[in-house]
Design a protein around this ligand. Structure first.
Ligand SMILES: C[S@@+](CC[C@H](N)C(=O)[O-])C[C@H]1O[C@@H](n2cnc3c(N)ncnc32)[C@H](O)[C@@H]1O
Length: 198
């Protein structure tokens, strides 16, 4: 049986103490601290936002002059108010053209999407990659020139071709595996900065 290690428990406890609905807050916080992805006043799209830790972090970071549009099939754990807008929608059915016409272009797109797992590894990795590709399609369509893209990925066969595609459209791309990622997890993040292609 899997036993939680001390590091995993540390982040879970810390998120409760600091009032965030999920420990994943520390993944984005660490990525942002190291790679400077989000700044005050930014307009940010948060894909796979529930229960809402990333949304809360982004909302505080961009401040009153910024905005975060959060999308998920599940509800956030708190009411969307202030600079937060929430849409309950399947990202795979999201129309990026509608989104752009409605909100305008975004400074940053973050995607922490994770499909419901079936237990069949190849199927789960395939589903996850579909979400990553869709997030990338959305990012290409809605980002401002110079914008940034953070996307969760699970290790698998086609990951390198996905990364290769993303690399063509941003000035820089780094892999990140923040300490808050579960030790046994195959997930990591790509941090793509300065969107150059439209
Ligand atoms: C790891 S959680 C995100 C945690 C979030 N970043 C936070 O800090 O609270 C992954 C989310 O992806 C969402 N999700 C998975 N597939 C989706 C889809 N096709 N469309 C929208 N949301 C999806 C799930 O409902 C889940 O809330």
């Amino acid at each position: 049986m899997y036993r939680k290690n001390l590091k995993d428990e540390f982040y879970t406890r810390k998120s409760k103490e600091e009032g965030y609905p999920a420990r994943s807050i520390y993944k984005l916080k660490e990525i942002d601290k190291k790679h400077r992805v989000i700044k005050k006043g930014d307009i940010v799209l948060d894909l796979g936002a529930a229960p809402g830790s990333w949304t809360l972090y982004i909302s505080k970071k961009v401040g009153g002059g910024g905005r975060v549009l959060s999308v998920d099939v599940e509800n956030l754990k708190f009411p969307a108010q202030g600079n937060i807008i929430f849409i309950k929608r399947d990202v795979l059915k999201l129309d990026e053209i509608d989104l752009k016409n409605w909100i305008g272009r975004f400074d940053v797109v973050v995607a922490d999407l994770a499909p419901r797992t079936s237990g069949i590894i190849s199927l789960d990795i395939g589903k996850s990659l579909e979400l990553s590709f869709k997030s990338f399609e959305i990012a290409k369509s809605v980002l401002k020139r110079g914008g940034n893209f953070v996307c969760k990925i699970f290790e698998g066969e086609e990951v390198n071709s996905f990364i290769g595609e993303v690399q063509k459209t941003f000035e820089s791309l780094k892999r990140a595996r923040p300490p808050a990622v579960f030790k046994r997890s195959k997930e990591f993040y790509i941090v793509a900065k300065n969107f150059i292609h439209r």
